[in-house]
Design a protein around this ligand. Sequence first.
Ligand SMILES: Cc1cc2nc3c(=O)[nH]c(=O)nc-3n(C[C@H](O)[C@H](O)[C@H](O)COP(=O)(O)OP(=O)(O)OC[C@H]3O[C@@H](n4cnc5c(N)ncnc54)[C@H](O)[C@@H]3O)c2cc1C
Length: 233
Amino acid sequence: MARWTETHSAATLRLRPASWRGHRAGQHVDIRLTAEDGYQAERSYSIASPPNGGGADGTIDVTIERLEDGEVSAYLVDEMQPGDLLEVRGPIGGWFVWDVADGGPLLLLAGGSGIVPVMAMVRHRHQQGSDVRVRMVVSVRTEEDLFYAAELTELAAAGDGFELVVTVTRGEPAAGHRAGRLDAALLDEMRWNGGRAYACGPNGFVETATGLLVAAGMDPAEIRAERFGPSGI
Ligand SMILES: Cc1cc2nc3c(=O)[nH]c(=O)nc-3n(C[C@H](O)[C@H](O)[C@H](O)COP(=O)(O)OP(=O)(O)OC[C@H]3O[C@@H](n4cnc5c(N)ncnc54)[C@H](O)[C@@H]3O)c2cc1C
């Protein structure tokens, strides 16, 4: 395992599973920790890397946000070190996935760490040289909470059909970013006529995002949602 810091509260771990049958963009793994007394805790983490690996062959990246009082996330972000062993099961999930062959256009709506699985889709698109049009809206509490900031800026500057909006719910947005939550006005600006939408993040964010999409007339069958947990952004 290798690791690097993503933000003040998040780290990416590069895992080298003992065996791996490959994955699709959007899938996740389950990571299980076992304490010396036998106590076990298991949580799901989306795969951030595109289908053919995060770096060296056979590796996968997960990006984990340390939650206040979080049992598993705090351990993974603060304690795991290169060379440590983890119990990983996966890949898991067949609904919240996208392959370039699925086409587009795509609307990707991410709240906080909900960016991880949709980032795998964006990386997959880029790696495959796809020109599928993609609009991504990322909602973060503060600028400091944005994962993959440099990479996203670079991808958005390429002018190859990938558009990015970052909206900041607390604190000052950086130049070119917006203040406030995802709302009907922003969604109206970003949504396509047709195509598919993926929404991922805390429950409250996903409820809002999917509710707005349906209210805007999007076909519910084209909306795919993944919920990470309880809090709002
Ligand atoms: C399919 C799937 C994919 C996921 N992918 C990722 C990922 O890529 N990166 C990532 O960081 N997390 C991801 N999660 C969330 C992750 O599985 C854990 O829920 C999260 O890390 C918290 O676990 P914990 O043991 O640290 O916290 P716990 O000890 O379980 O909870 C601690 C406290 O935080 C609250 N809490 C739990 N989960 C969340 C949450 N998501 N947001 C806010 N508060 C919460 C609890 O109510 C509790 O008060 C994913 C979840 C699912 C279902």
